[in-house]
Design a binder for this molecule. Sequence first.
Ligand code: GAP
Length: 533
Amino acid sequence: MEKIVSLCKRRGFLFQSSEIYGGVQGFWDYGPLGVELKRNLKDAWWHDMISGHNELAAPAGAPGPFEMVGLDSTIIMHPQVWKCSGHYDLFHDHMVDCRESKKRYRFDQVRGRWVEYGEKKIFVSTLAEIEEELNEVRRRGMKFFKLRNKDADKLTVGDESITLDKLDSTADVLAPDAKQLDTLTEPREFNLMFKTTLGALGGEDDTTFLRPETAQGIFVNFKNVLDSSRVSVPFGIGQVGKSFRNEITPRNFTFRSREFEQMEIEFFCRPDQSQEWYRYWRDRRLAWYKELGLSDDLLIMREHHQEELAHYSVGTADIEYAFPFLPEGEYGELEGIAHRGDFDLRSHMEGKLNPATSPMEVELGENGKPKYRGSGKDMTYRDEATNEKFVPHVVEPSAGADRAALAFLCEAYTEDEAPDEKGNMQTRTVMKLHPRLAPVKAAVFPLVKKDGMPEVAQEIYGELKQHMNVFYDAKGAVGRRYRRQDEAGTPYCVTVDGESLTDRTVTVRDRDSLEQSRVKIDDLVAELTQRIR
Ligand code: GAP
């Protein structure tokens, strides 16, 4: 992971936000290569899920044809949205404070190991990255028991890495920044939504939130979309945009950020068909990650157990990836696909529902009135063929653009061997990104900066630039130029050499196979366009 992080910074994929001021935790900036990668990823999602979807034919595995449309709703919405959605009451993480260091941690994210010395057994916790964890626990254990290096073998460190929430008590815990045991408070709930104020006066009534998910913008626009675009059930509304969560322990590079982008679909269907649609979307979304290059053996689909599901849901599954910063055998969530029944539409219509009731009823406050009043707007759908009226059920595939970008970066990072100019094998670092995701599709080089080669290369560059993101480089040895493009993930390098001047052909080098083929300059656009699809 360290190598990936360092490449991302060195080559301009990702930078820490406000780095010149020491950075701000949980916020990341995408550099010139990163912004292209993430844009390509979001464009691929938008094309494959929304704009490129053919509503006239049922895709493989789908119960039937369906329509897909897009939306771009605001980040700040009416505060009642978050009350009816449940985020105001329920969007909590458990956190603990350390009485000694005054630091705050997310309970389920602090890891550690049991450490024994003589009769005494303590739990040493740490925020160190997973590859550093064992050494860090040992170091802190030695320090706690005041052991010298020569006594290191008298200390036993447990094999298992455990998170704090799995312990029965925190009495024997050495907190990540503490010197004494038992300094952690009981876990408390903490709302993850960022508060903000509307207007200049800033009273309590003007408080609202930065959206913690894009999904609610879709639910509150359900009727607008229905009335304005002639879609009929089953159909989906997709949205890509920023979300904000005040995560207590943002970590693992961009994996858990405080500002991130989501790519969400709310798919509206007949209640009696929702199970089939749930299965379709679960499988379709897993296949999408594989089509773009994530390996089968690093991806899993984790179906939630029956007891984890709300009673109105027929299923929830997480698509998870074996990120390299996680311990062996652990996976991190890339996307959740949830069957949400009619909870959201009815909550925005009638008032926040109590998900524990069956059939679901509006949650009442102490005065016996709805705790959070809904909009009162009719969110039912009338089937024109049967004249039936119902509140559609919803299947929600909810993906994170930053997590997906991180997974593709991790997957792409490869070290292999390639010959240098003299034919000697050298280790090379290559980002094997799918051509659709690659920030730069092709680099154009004159072999040398003379004999008319730069002029031909510049002509090719100008032509290709009309069709795809290409990069021109005439500086330094050609081998070194290839290496720089390999690190940037550029799938093809086009080189103008002596032969090009006589027969108007160039070499096209393939990043992964290193094969070079000669292509006519006049055929380049068509050839590369076909190869990067
Ligand atoms: N509307 C449903 C929803 O928001 P979620 O599981 O909380 O569900 C969906 O989030 C996806 O958003 C996650 O699978 C993940 O990819 C991404 N995501 C959530 N929190 C994130 C964070 N703090 N940093 C980066 N991505 C995050």
